[in-house]
Design a protein around this ligand. Structure first.
Ligand SMILES: [Zn+2]
Length: 274
């Protein structure tokens, strides 16, 4: 297995990077996908990833961003009421963007100076895990379905962290698989192995995210409406901490999903290539 790495023409990459980053920022602004801080962060991440990684590194994360944004719009139309459990409102801010893509810019820069096909697999697996996690939430909550806590198996309301459902599990698998497929143009051989490694790592990463969500993520109970929520403030009042740690919010858990996807890809890579 070998992956082509294009490291020449940095200036041309930079110019294309600026155009691409501007286009993504403008679309995000028009569709109200991101807050102002989210748009600035996305612009910088897109610029770094394209300049140092060209399409090989840009395609997986842009695919995640575009398809997940569309799914989110679709879910909002079908089942807007789950929103009350989510920590963040409508638009994604800079912390959310960094939780999903911050490490990506570190890996792409590292790979530019020390090219490694393994770094690329780790990178795509991280994006696959974040995508699997996002899709399981967006698709899992777009249909009314039985949702249970991943640790206690007790039935819980849809949209609460740590909840799993059958549609959510299928969506998670699909999200990881779609991202694994975006790496194919740059893989010369052993297509199946790469797809298996990245899809499995992404899927397991999103399951790890649910464990984190159920065990450590902060959940609050609103003093006014008594609903369980990830928001510190609900109905205009500070909510009581129900379980988890205050500093472990949705961004921290998403970041953890990416990291575990990357780590699992190394483990599975090692098992397959023994
Ligand atoms: Zn409330």
């Amino acid at each position: 297995m070998s992956i082509l790495i294009q490291t020449d023409n940095l200036m041309i990459n930079l110019i294309f990077g600026i155009i691409l980053a501007l286009a993504i920022s403008l679309i995000s602004y028009k569709l109200k996908l991101l807050t102002t801080s989210g748009i600035i962060t996305t612009f910088l991440l897109a610029l770094v990833i394209y300049t140092f990684g060209t399409w090989q590194w840009t395609l997986p994360i842009v695919t995640f961003f575009v398809l997940s944004s569309l799914l989110s719009k679709f879910r909002k139309r079908r089942n807007p009421e789950v929103e009350k459990y989510f920590e963040k409102l409508e638009q994604r801010d800079h912390l959310q963007v960094l939780a999903n893509g911050g490490l990506a810019s570190v890996l792409v820069t590292l790979n530019y100076f020390y090219p490694s096909k393994l770094l690329y697999i780790v990178y795509v697996s991280m994006v696959a895990a974040v995508c699997a996690d996002t899709w399981s939430t967006e698709i899992g909550t777009s249909v009314k379905t039985k949702t249970v806590d991943i640790l206690s198996f007790r039935e819980i309301n849809q949209g609460i962290s740590g909840g799993i459902s059958l549609p959510g599990i299928f969506a998670s698998f699909a999200g990881a698989f779609v991202i694994s497929a975006t790496s194919l143009p740059w893989i010369e051989s052993n297509y199946q192995n790469n797809i298996i490694i990245i899809t499995a790592a992404g899927f397991i990463g999103s399951i790890a995210d649910s464990f984190l969500g159920s065990s450590l993520q902060a959940q609050y109970e609103c003093k006014v409406c008594n609903s369980v929520t990830e928001r510190k403030i609900h109905c205009g009042k500070e909510a009581d901490l129900l379980k988890g740690k205050r500093w472990i919010n949705n961004d921290v858990v998403n970041f953890g999903a990416g990291i575990s996807g990357g780590i699992f890809s190394l483990i599975i890579y090692d098992i397959i290539n023994g």
